[in-house]
Structure formats: structure tokens, C-alpha cells
Design a binder for this molecule. Structure first.
Ligand code: AQP
Length: 327
């Protein structure tokens, strides 16, 4: 049986090399061997303040970027979450079987809500049940994500197991798939904080659509330390981050990289990291510009995917509604 893969990205800002290394690159690796479904999760992007026009544009940009990165719509199904309303229906049903305590343990809510906890929309708190619905609706086996989303996939497993115990075997229990290298790319301006679309700071991240000159400047300004020697030492967070990006994008081993940089300084390392990053993003940008100019193509891709996904979503919802007593 071919395993089914589901994953997504929120169009909540510029998609950055953290999203690319932690998620998209790993999706590409299984394009031939899995039944792949990749989503732009636009309903997750409304859990914090946002601008509807920016969301509309960001959603299309994300679809074009997926394809530009190599997600061939002939080999996977690319769609927008809000185009299949069953995501929110299933999310509500799952919310009713998810204990409050489970959601209260989610670290991303604590990080994102912070001091605004009392004023923030409830959706930010219940967001993990919508993510569980995204995954379970398609009877997913594998969910390739960055390290920050591991806790949410584990919660999804717990919700699915609880549901199956209560109402009968309806859901496949999914597994998180986390990359060995690059699962948590850190901010260039602060290597103790995860690179994030919503983080402030002009030199925090490199977006896939950033001008190469800006990308180079951000990497050359990356915060490091005052120690000597280019070695993979997790305690030297800024250096480790740069080396991890270099490792993923060159495909070289740690020993080879350390030997290559022996006797060199941070300036040399940053220059080479900038080069490999720019070499990676420039062809993506080129393809993105061609794709975004042809809106009928993107519309056709999205419509075709919804058509293909509808029978899967219908079958799951039919089973869920029957199991829960709504039919
Ligand atoms: N810094 C990162 N390193 C590696 N992987 C990352 N991912 C996110 N940041 C990094 C992975 O990218 C996928 C999409 O993430 P998301 O859009 O669902 O939201 P997020 O995890 O909250 O990502 P951001 O960039 O921090 O967005 P905002 O600021 O909007 O919250 C996921 O697989 C994620 O693990």
C-alpha cells in the first residue's frame, strides 16, 4: 500500500528558508514514492491579526512557490485548505473529543499568545484541533514537518486514538516525520529563536522571494560568537545554524564541511552560506515569476486537486458522522 503524506504551510507571511529546509525540501524527497497532499493552510493564518488582501495574495504566492520549489502538480495534490469546508467541520467534531488540558500543554500557543492571552482569538488556542482535522481528513500516514510542529502531530495522534477508542476505528494514526538536519532553523539575528515568518526584524530570516542582495546582507550580518574554529558545536548556536543550512543545501557531511572550513573564519563561512542559499533560491524565484503571471494555471491546479480530494474527504466525513451519531 502506498503511504499517504499530508503537510502544509500557513500563508502568514513570507515563506522562508526555515520552512523550505524544515518542510518543503523533505516533501520533494518523497514525491515519487508516496501519495502526496500538500496544502496552503489559509484558515490557520487567521488565528492572529491579519489583513484579508494580504492573505488572499499570500495564499496564491504560496501555491506558486510550492510549484516553483518543485512540487509538480502532476505528482501531488496541491490545494488551499478553505476550498474544502470539511476541514472546519471535522475540526469542530474533534474539538469536542479533545480535553482542554491537552491544548493547554501546547507550547506554540504559550509562545504566540504570550501576554495577550486574554485578548487573543480562541482559534489560536484550538488551532491544533484544526491541524488534526487537516491530517485526519485524508487518512494520512506520514506528516513531514519541522521540529516545532512535532508536538501538534503527536497531539493529532492522541486525538485520533481517543476518537477511535470512543467511536470505533475511523482514523489512520499518523506519524510525524522530522528531518535529521535542519528541523529547526534559527533566526539570523537571534540564533536562540526559531526562524519565523511573523518574527519582527529586518535581518531575521531569508525569504524564498527575497532579493539576493538582501539575502546576502542578512547572512553576512548573522549573529555568531567570538570563538575560533568552524565546527559543528550545538552550544555555538549561530555557528551551528549557519553550518546546518550549509550542510542541508550542499548535501555534504559534517567532517567534510569542517575540513573545508579549517583555518577559515566566520566571514568566509557566511560568504559561502550566502552563495549556496542564493544558488538555491534564484531558480525558485525565476519559476515563481513565470507561474504567478499565469493565474489561470494556478486556478486550474487548485480546482483539479479539490476534485481529486473530494472523494477522500467525503468518505472520511461519512464515517465520522455515522460514528458520532449524526447519521
Ligand atoms: N525555523 C524553522 N526551521 C525548520 N522548519 C520550520 N518550519 C517553520 N519554521 C521552521 C516548518 O515549516 C512548516 C510550515 O510552518 P507553518 O507555516 O505551519 O507555521 P510555523 O511552524 O509557525 O512557521 P513560522 O514560519 O514560524 O510561521 P508563523 O510565524 O506564521 O508562525 C512546518 O512544517 C514547520 O515545522
Amino acid at each position: 500500500m502506498t503511504k499517504r503524506v499530508f503537510s502544509g504551510i500557513q500563508p502568514s507571511g513570507h515563506i522562508h528558508i526555515g520552512n523550505y529546509i524544515g518542510a518543503i525540501r523533505n516533501w520533494l524527497g518523497n514525491l515519487e514514492s508516496r501519495d502526496n497532499i500538500f496544502c496552503v493552510v489559509d484558515q490557520h493564518a487567521i488565528t492572529v491579526d491579519y489583513d484579508p488582501d494580504a492573505l488572499r495574495q499570500g495564499t496564491r504566492d504560496a501555491v506558486a512557490l510550492y510549484i516553483a520549489c518543485g512540487l509538480d502538480p502532476e505528482k501531488c495534490r496541491l490545494f488551499v485548505q478553505s476550498h474544502i469546508p470539511e476541514h472546519t467541520e471535522l475540526a469542530w467534531l474533534l474539538t469536542c473529543v479533545t480535553p482542554m488540558g491537552w491544548l493547554e500543554r501546547m507550547t506554540q500557543f504559550k509562545d504566540k499568545a504570550g501576554a495577550k492571552r486574554e485578548r487573543i482569538g480562541t482559534g489560536l488556542f484550538t488551532y491544533p484541533t484544526l491541524m488534526a482535522a487537516d491530517i485526519l481528513l485524508y487518512q494520512t500516514h506520514e506528516v513531514p514537518v519541522g521540529d516545532d510542529q512535532k508536538q501538534h502531530v503527536e497531539l493529532t495522534r492522541d486525538i485520533a486514538e481517543r476518537f477511535n477508542r470512543k467511536f470505533g476505528e475511523v482514523f489512520v494514526i499518523p506519524e510525524p516525520v522530522i528531518p535529521v538536519v535542519g528541523a529547526r532553523i534559527m533566526g539570523f539575528d537571534d540564533p536562540t529563536a526559531k526562524m519565523s515568518k511573523s518574527a519582527p526584524g529586518h535581518h531575521h530570516s531569508v525569504g524564498l522571494l527575497d532579493d539576493p542582495a538582501k539575502a546576502r546582507k542578512t547572512i553576512m550580518r548573522a549573529v555568531t560568537d567570538s570563538q575560533q574554529g568552524i565546527v559543528f558545536d550545538p552550544a555555538r548556536a549561530g555557528l551551528f545554524n549557519l553550518l546546518s543550512i550549509y550542510q542541508v543545501l550542499t548535501g555534504q557531511g559534517r567532517e567534510q564541511i569542517e575540513a573545508h572550513f579549517a583555518g577559515k573564519g566566520y566571514g568566509d563561512l557566511k560568504k559561502e552560506v550566502a552563495e549556496v542559499v542564493i544558488a538555491e533560491i534564484e531558480p525558485i524565484q525565476q519559476r515563481y515569476r513565470e507561474l504567478i503571471a499565469d493565474s489561470t494555471y494556478i486556478d486550474a491546479v487548485l480546482a483539479r486537486s479539490v476534485e481529486k480530494l473530494r472523494p477522500v474527504a467525503d468518505a472520511t466525513m461519512d464515517a465520522v458522522r455515522r460514528a458520532m451519531g449524526h447519521r
